[in-house]
Design a protein around this ligand. Structure first.
Ligand SMILES: Nc1ncnc2c1ncn2[C@@H]1O[C@H](COP(=O)(O)OP(=O)(O)OP(=O)(O)O)[C@@H](O)[C@H]1O
Length: 229
């Protein structure tokens, strides 16, 4: 089976309930970004989830410890490919506060980069209100060749201001009736297409045409590094 092509340098959302394979797919995409020599920062919220990506040459691990001050500009200069993770002691609120500062520096320095946002709901104040820095990047980052890949559990509570700017959504096989009903309003035959997916499969939704343009089969996710999720 050939690898599907997805434009990873445009804004994207990856949605699915816990265990549906979001992080596995996200890691696979960041492996491809590394192959393409596209600079990235993957902001993870778990200690180990994506650390396997650091098996690739030039990918560095940036661990966010509680109470520590970071020089984000230096971090950007030191590595083109960064996986940021908390340590066990880092509180989620402190982690996101540090990540916001880092993302702000990326935005201000106008450097071309893909930013991966794991558990985007932790960044957003609510399902209706987007995180300010994410909104700035999603609206204006294109001018600097910056893009977001946001990973989130509930498509319904992903802020519309962010979702409307995405070029593609990768919609993992859904199991929650409310999500299926919600998506059926947008894609009339969503329920049938969703049902036909194997476990860990996903539908690719193109925001410009408003249509499902393909599927991601689990066998197409060829990871070259270890996934710990
Ligand atoms: N394409 C795949 N092929 C085979 N197994 C898979 C695939 N995708 C996911 N899995 C299995 O499912 C597990 C959970 O996947 P993953 O960590 O990506 O889920 P997730 O949706 O990110 O979950 P969470 O929201 O809890 O982080 C993986 O550790 C792996 O065992």
């Amino acid at each position: 089976m050939t690898e599907p092509t997805l434009n990873l340098t445009k804004h994207m959302g990856i949605f699915g309930f816990t265990g549906s394979g979001k992080s596995m797919k996200a890691g696979w995409m960041f492996e491809q970004l590394r192959k393409q020599k596209r600079p990235f920062i993957l902001f993870d919220t778990k200690v180990k989830n994506h650390v396997g990506l650091c098996q690739m040459k030039g990918v560095t691990l940036l661990q966010i410890a509680p109470g520590k001050t970071y020089n984000w500009k230096n971090a950007l200069k030191a590595s083109k490919y960064i996986v940021a993770t908390p340590v066990k002691e880092t509180k989620r609120s402190d982690l996101i506060a540090q990540y916001e500062k880092f993302a702000e520096v990326v935005f201000q320095t106008e450097t071309a980069r893909t930013l991966g946002i794991e558990e985007a709901h932790l960044w957003n104040p609510s399902g209706n209100v987007a995180n300010e820095i994410l909104e700035n990047i999603i609206r204006e980052g294109r001018a600097y060749n910056q893009n977001l890949i946001c990973i989130d559990q509930r498509i319904q509570s992903f802020p519309k201001d962010l979702w409307s700017q995405c070029a593609t959504s990768v919609i993992c096989k859904m199991g929650i009736p409310q999500d299926i009903e919600y998506l059926t309003r947008l894609i009339p035959d969503f329920a049938e297409q969703n049902l036909a997916l194997p476990q860990y499969g996903a539908l690719i939704y193109d925001h410009t045409t408003g249509q499902i343009t393909g599927t991601l089969h689990p066998d197409q996710i060829h990871r070259i590094t270890k996934h710990y999720g």
